[in-house]
Design a protein around this ligand. Structure first.
Ligand code: DAT
Length: 171
């Protein structure tokens, strides 16, 4: 059976992993958190002193995932999107959160100072949305507001429906 690959992207804290894990339960697609994958495999290439975090080795991440992506049926979660081959994804969702809300979420995650400020700024400037619109065909890129539990549920229902329809249409 053919199954679609879905990219969930957006600024840290917009709710990608919350949505992705539940979506995986509802659709049966597998869920890959690229940050965790890199951590487990130490797929890093240096260290960013400014942000105090390791730098992703993008080529190794792509190599690591390529076979699984070719098979289909994968939900990928990452706060960037132009490192992946365009051919991997059938649809791209950019989650969006209002900046006051996002500020609170990131603060309670322990972000402070420049890291907190820059991430909220990233959301205000729609950085990831623009990156997605450059990297993928515009028709497959969708923004989803994700501020409240109600919106989370709506997003889950919408993507689950889309997935079921895709599977019907391609099998
Ligand atoms: P991400 O994976 O994009 O970094 P997350 O899934 O870890 O984000 O969510 C960050 C925090 O926000 C976490 O405490 C759960 C909460 N959250 C996620 N989606 C939400 C929503 N739709 N409404 C309210 N809170 C939400």
């Amino acid at each position: 059976m053919k199954r679609p690959n879905i990219l969930l992207t957006g600024t840290p804290g917009v709710g990608k992993s919350t949505l992705g894990k539940e979506l995986s339960t509802r659709t049966g697609l597998s869920y890959v958190n690229v940050g965790e994958l890199a951590q487990e495999g130490q797929l890093y290439d240096g260290y960013d002193e400014e942000y105090q975090c390791p730098i992703l080795d993008e080529d190794r991440v792509v190599d690591e995932l390529d076979e699984k992506m070719e098979e289909g049926g994968v939900i990928v979660d990452y706060h960037g999107c132009d490192l992946f081959p365009e051919r991997w994804f059938h649809i791209v969702f950019v989650l969006r959160t209002d900046n006051t809300q996002l500020y609170t979420r990131l603060e309670s995650r322990g972000y402070t100072g420049k890291k907190l400020h820059d991430n909220v700024q990233c959301e205000i400037f729609q950085t990831i949305y623009e990156e997605a619109m450059e990297a993928y065909r515009e028709e497959i890129v969708h923004q989803l507001p994700n501020n409240t539990p109600e919106e989370l549920e709506q997003n889950l229902e919408q993507i689950t429906q889309w997935t079921e329809q895709w599977i019907k249409d391609h099998n």
